[in-house]
Write a protein that binds this ligand. Structure first.
Ligand SMILES: Cc1ncc(COP(=O)(O)O)c(C=O)c1O
Length: 397
């Protein structure tokens, strides 16, 4: 019988990091004498911003209507206004340059399906470039869209900047898109203006699109991260050609359960993506669109959240030692053996963290730059961060 239902691209994907973690912990128990600390997932655990319940209540009637996939003009206008304020942009057109997203996860995945031609080009399938280690959605997106993933190593030696110089000419020539993530999950690296400028030059030279995952843009230690659209505009690219940015209310507003975010940039790319999304249909319910518009229009709650993250980072590194990352609420710590360390942290200290190996991929040299690191999320406030640091320091492998 022919194999009609097996999807070979899906088969190429490994298990998702949290599935691998479940397997690692299978048959092991956390130290019963300590309360469990879950620093595995990047899930902000802060109180709901005050406007959420009121705005939702006022707009409950919207649940009886089908929302449009692109998002209502009120929400897209609030997003455009936020982008203009945040990045000092002269103009963002809410009609042609902005879409609503159901969180960035789905849009980061789906975009590769809109922008990659899976047919062979010049004898090989196009490449999708991504940092390594990375948010694993980029990898899943590249593979299922029929592209070849190409990994940009992010190593301690280069401050965890994804290494553009390591990309061979034949890969650039066949690149369809590149994912950037700044501030980076998991390393905390932040792209500066020069990095974006270099990317834009490369994109023009080799004809590819840039997708910038900005979902930690409001979580930084000292310097507010620059943005791709801002750099594009400074270079006179007011149409944001080749650029798409994605951002989310999950981290900025601590609303991961609301599943709301934004996509913005090049109107041509937005148009292509809109076509795909008109079939996949990830529309945000209307009452949630109202909450989202309120969240993009308020910076008070964002500043309060940032204060908590900064206190948490300070508390953690005050005990653990080492340098505070430039951005995000993750700590990325070198250890001798990341899987052994994560298992020991679970058994000895009742702490859940992720081995870096699960967030990286083996590159063409057989190297996984995530190996030898663990990732912990500081999402429960400064006291919990201090306790987490004490416990991680006490782990023995
Ligand atoms: C780097 C990165 N991008 C995107 C996302 C997706 O977030 P959401 O779908 O909640 O917007 C996450 C979530 O953890 C992330 O870490």
């Amino acid at each position: 019988m022919p194999d009609k239902s097996n999807q070979p691209r899906l088969e190429q994907l490994g298990a998702y990091p949290f599935e691998r973690l479940k397997d690692l912990f299978d048959g092991h128990t956390p130290n019963p004498e300590l309360p469990h600390i879950d620093a595995g997932a990047g899930e902000p655990r802060l109180p709901l911003p005050g406007f959420v319940a009121d705005t939702l209540n006022k707009n409950l009637g919207g649940f009886s209507k089908y929302p449009s996939t692109i998002g209502g003009i009120e929400l897209r206008s609030a997003i455009a206004a936020w982008l203009k304020r945040r990045y000092n942009l002269a103009e963002v057109d809410p009609v042609t340059q902005v879409l609503s997203a159901n969180g960035t996860r789905e849009s980061l995945f789906a975009i590769a399906h809109a922008l990659v031609n899976p047919d062979t080009q010049n004898g090989e399938r196009p490449y999708v470039l991504m940092p390594n280690p990375m948010y694993q959605i980029y990898l899943g997106a590249a593979i299922t869209a029929g592209a070849q993933p190409w990994f940009l190593p992010c190593t301690q030696a280069s401050g965890f900047a994804p290494d553009l110089a390591s990309v061979p000419e034949h890969v650039w020539a066949n690149t369809a898109l590149i994912y950037v993530c700044s501030p980076s999950n998991p390393t905390g690296w932040i792209a500066d203006e020069a990095y974006y400028r270099e990317l834009l030059e490369l994109a023009d030279r080799h004809d590819f699109s840039i997708v910038s995952d900005d979902c930690y843009s409001e979580i930084f230690w000292q310097k507010k991260p620059a943005g791709l659209l801002e750099v594009a505009e400074k270079l006179g690219r007011t149409d944001f050609s080749r650029c798409l940015v994605m951002n989310s209310l999950s981290k900025r507003s601590a609303l991961p359960g609301m599943r709301s975010g934004l996509i913005a940039g090049d109107a041509e790319l937005i148009k292509r993506f809109t076509k795909l999304r008109s079939y996949t249909g990830p529309a945000t319910p209307l009452p949630l669109q109202h909450v989202a518009a309120a969240a993009w229009s308020d910076e008070v709650h964002v500043a309060q959240h940032l204060d908590v993250y900064r206190q948490s980072l300070k508390a953690f590194f005050g005990v653990y030692g080492g340098d505070i990352p430039a951005g995000s609420f993750f700590v990325w710590l070198p250890v001798a053996d990341d899987e052994a360390f994560a298992l020991a942290a679970y058994e000895q200290q009742a702490v859940t963290i992720l081995p870096g190996t699960y967030l990286g991929a083996e590159d063409s040299n057989g190297i996984n730059p995530g190996a030898g690191f663990i990732r912990a999320a500081l999402v429960d406030g400064p006291d919990a961060a201090k306790e987490l640091a004490r416990r991680l320091k006490a782990v023995r492998i």
